[in-house]
Every structure is written in structure tokens, then in C-alpha cells.
Write a protein that binds this ligand. Structure first.
Ligand code: DQA
Length: 145
């Protein structure tokens, strides 16, 4: 059976493709899923892409990942900069965790420069557009595939 990678997306990423396209581009979460699935097939990895606007839901999914996922790719969106609870949940997950930001957060407002999730992440992609998810998948592939 293929190993499963969770691809978790935080608040407002439902609007990806419509929201501030000059920052986040015009591709959607469906495009992210398609790209990740394609890379996953190369390495024998399955993907489950999830999005929520609710912190507790993201935490519950991280708990689910403990039971069924080999790795987590997470774009926590604004929760990156605020959520100790998401960090704590990720600290309870044993596999590789990669943090992805579509935009180059370090070029933006200073409140986006700090990430709680980076204290746990094994790798961080920022500013590669949605390609960042595919690159993170590739790294999952070389670690787990
Ligand atoms: C983001 C960057 C965050 O600062 C922001 O709150 C988001 C998206 C990104 O993908 O570039 O919602 O995580």
C-alpha cells in the first residue's frame, strides 16, 4: 500500500486563485492537489489534501495524521504566525513535516517573518508559488518513497 502524505492548508486558502492573485497567483487548491498527486505517483506516495479555516480542525487532522500519514506538508497560512497549538500538534507527529508558503513571507510584513511551525518543520519552502508544494512532495519522495 502507498504511504500517505497529508497536505494541510489553513485559513483563507479556499480562496486560492481568487484571493490577491498578485501575491498568491491564479492557481487553485485543485491545481495544488493535481501537482502533488502527479509527483506522488512518481514516488509511490498517496496524498490527502485538506483545507480548513478553523484552527481546531487543522489540529484534529494533525492528530489523524498520527494514525494514517507518513508525512505532513502544511501551509498553515496565518496560523503560521500565531498558533502554538498547531506547533504542539505537529510536535506530536513523528514523520517528516514540511512547511510551505506560496509567497515569500520574508519579503512581506514583519509579522509574517516569524513562524511557530518552523520550530518543528524539517524543511521550509517560501516564495515558490504552488510549486513549493510539489518540491516538498519531491523531498517526501526521496525520504519515504
Ligand atoms: C501564506 C503566507 C501567510 O503569511 C498568509 O497569512 C497566508 C498564506 C502563503 O502561502 O504565502 O494566508 O502562508
Amino acid at each position: 500500500m502507498s504511504k500517505l502524505i497529508y497536505i494541510l492548508n489553513g485559513p483563507n486558502l479556499t480562496l486560492l486563485g481568487k484571493r490577491q492573485p498578485h501575491i498568491y497567483g491564479s492557481e487553485t487548491l485543485a491545481d495544488v492537489e493535481h501537482k502533488c498527486r502527479t509527483v506522488g505517483e512518481e514516488f509511490g506516495l498517496a496524498v490527502k489534501l485538506l483545507q480548513s479555516n478553523h484552527e481546531g480542525q487543522i489540529i484534529d487532522w494533525i492528530h489523524d495524521a498520527r494514525k494514517e500519514a507518513a508525512g505532513i506538508i502544511i501551509n498553515p497560512a496565518a496560523l503560521t504566525h500565531t498558533s502554538v497549538a498547531v506547533l504542539d500538534a505537529l510536535n506530536a507527529f513523528d514523520g517528516p513535516v514540511f512547511e510551505v508558503h506560496i509567497s515569500q513571507v520574508h519579503k512581506r510584513e514583519s509579522f509574517r517573518h516569524h513562524s511557530y511551525v518552523s520550530l518543528r518543520a524539517d524543511g521550509v519552502m517560501a516564495g515558490f508559488g504552488i510549486e513549493g508544494y510539489a518540491l516538498a512532495m519531491r523531498r517526501m519522495g526521496s525520504l519515504l518513497g
